[in-house]
Design a protein around this ligand. Structure first.
Ligand SMILES: [Zn+2]
Length: 117
């Protein structure tokens, strides 16, 4: 992975991170200020993004994503970004663009999902 690509993914990861933080802040605010469960200012953010999530435990999922983002940023610094943690093969750029915090190649990810979480 060249310098330009590294910079690109670092920016992508930082943007994702920012977004997760915003979501978390939003949720805390939402829970704190709304007694009916659904904050009125949800319209400002668009229901597509948050509507589905309101019923599930987002914080666990977000925490997991944040952890993976931090690991990925660390990997960029250590020059191991884009390499599957399981089989040490390169993760495809297409996959990384869709999921910049992916830690495994598609093959290993599938194996993991098959094995039960
Ligand atoms: Zn792999």
């Amino acid at each position: 992975m060249n310098k330009k690509e590294k910079k690109y993914f670092l920016e992508l990861l930082n943007k994702k991170k920012e977004r997760v933080f915003k979501n978390l802040g939003y949720l805390r605010e939402g829970i704190g200020t709304s007694e009916k469960g659904i904050p009125t200012h949800i319209a400002d953010y668009g229901t597509d993004e948050f509507g589905k999530g309101l019923g599930i435990d987002i914080s666990d999922e977000e925490a997991k994503i944040l952890k993976n983002i931090n690991i990925s940023i660390d990997k960029i610094e250590k020059n191991t970004y884009g390499i599957c943690e399981e089989c040490s093969k390169k993760i495809s750029i297409t996959r990384l663009k869709a999921l910049p915090y992916a830690r495994y190649c598609i093959k290993c990810q599938r194996e993991k999902e098959k094995g039960g979480k």
